[in-house]
Design a protein around this ligand. Structure first.
Ligand SMILES: Nc1ncnc2c1ncn2[C@@H]1O[C@H](COP(=O)(O)OP(=O)(O)OP(=O)(O)O)[C@@H](O)[C@H]1O
Ligand SMILES: [Mg+2]
Length: 304
């Protein structure tokens, strides 16, 4: 559906994309996660042919749109099948939601009747039917975001690309937005959206790509990213014993953090071995706690 290989984009002296690779499969909801300045918007603008990368390859909807340079014909062809919601989108405040969608529909060469029908469907879908004749300038942030989503859907796209679609929304707005994305995805459509906030991609994305400094750090389900992280960074086990003990296990790091208190960092769960080892020393475990990092902690570690 979307494949990026070795993409390089340099703005003057900033390497915004430094050999980026990623792959989005058909039907996925792909969360493109990374801190501010990581290169998310640069990636999205590259896919859409709105900026010029220096090197690499981009394949969208089966067409190689970029290989060192853009293929304009292919780019135009795929753009009719893509819906795009920009990061800092401006809406015309003096138009109504209905008029806004009508103009966007016209840009996609839809007939008047088609535009009318589609706008009505979409405004109902995103929950803006009640305010269809209100001026956009009078709408709340959440309503404006929904209108931006509706305009990205006007051409019934196969691939929806959203740049930080949930920024500025409250928790209720975020939950509703996620539900709209799910509905769209249920029809077999693919969604690619960026965010710098982990909570935005949780519960909804089957795959997450983490971009840091223009490179992909990880690409997998959040569950697998967490497992892999634990395998590399290790579990932390905290124990307290009734007397000093000596822990000597292969691949296990031990720190003394208090009187008879130890922090054990290990790549696998060694609780049983610990019990045996401590019993042999005629000591007892008073407390034992196994600590797993939260997804938030893992994300912060990755982008450090
Ligand atoms: N037009 C530009 N000219 C010069 N530098 C740019 C330009 N656009 C982006 N950059 C730089 O490229 C890097 C990547 O920026 P980009 O906007 O792609 O990040 P981002 O991941 O979308 O960040 P954010 O979460 O803040 O939206 C940053 O260092 C940014 O300052
Ligand atoms: Mg951005």
């Amino acid at each position: 559906m979307l494949r990026i290989e070795n993409l390089i984009k340099i703005y003057k002296d900033i390497r915004a994309l430094d050999g980026l690779n990623l792959e989005v499969k058909e039907g996925q909801i792909y969360g493109f996660l990374g801190p501010n300045g990581a290169g998310k918007t640069t990636t999205i603008l590259s896919i859409l042919g709105m900026i010029f990368p220096q090197k690499g390859r981009i394949e969208v909807l089966g067409e190689e749109v970029f290989n060192g340079k853009f293929d304009e014909e292919k780019l135009i062809k795929v753009k009719y099948m893509i819906g795009y919601m920009p990061e800092d989108a401006t809406l015309w405040d003096f138009l109504t939601p209905m008029q806004t969608l009508d103009i966007i529909g016209e840009a996609f060469k839809m007939s008047k009747a088609e535009r009318q029908k589609r706008s009505e469907e979409l405004l109902k879908l995103v929950g803006l039917w009640d305010v269809k004749d209100k001026k956009v300038g009078k709408l709340s942030k959440g309503m404006r975001q929904r209108l931006l989503l509706a305009q990205a859907l006007i051409n019934d796209p196969e691939l929806l690309i959203l740049d930080e679609p949930m920024s500025g929304l409250d928790p209720k707005g975020i939950a509703e937005f996620k539900e709209l994305i799910r509905q769209f995805n249920k029809e077999g459509k693919t969604v690619f959206f960026s965010s710098h906030i982990l909570a935005h991609v949780e519960e909804i994305c089957d795959t997450v790509g983490v971009i840091v400094k223009g490179k992909l750090r990880a690409q997998d389900s959040l569950d697998n990213i967490k497992k892999e992280f634990l395998r590399r960074a290790g579990h932390t086990i905290l124990i307290e014993t009734n007397k000093p003990i000596h822990i000597d296990l292969e691949g296990v790091k031990v720190e003394v953090i208090g009187t008879n208190k130890y922090r054990i960092i290990t790549s696998k769960d060694v609780r049983e071995e610990l019990h045996d080892l401590i019993a042999v020393q005629n000591a007892k475990i008073l407390t034992m706690q196994i600590k797993e990092p939260s997804l938030e902690e893992i994300f912060l570690k990755m982008i450090e």
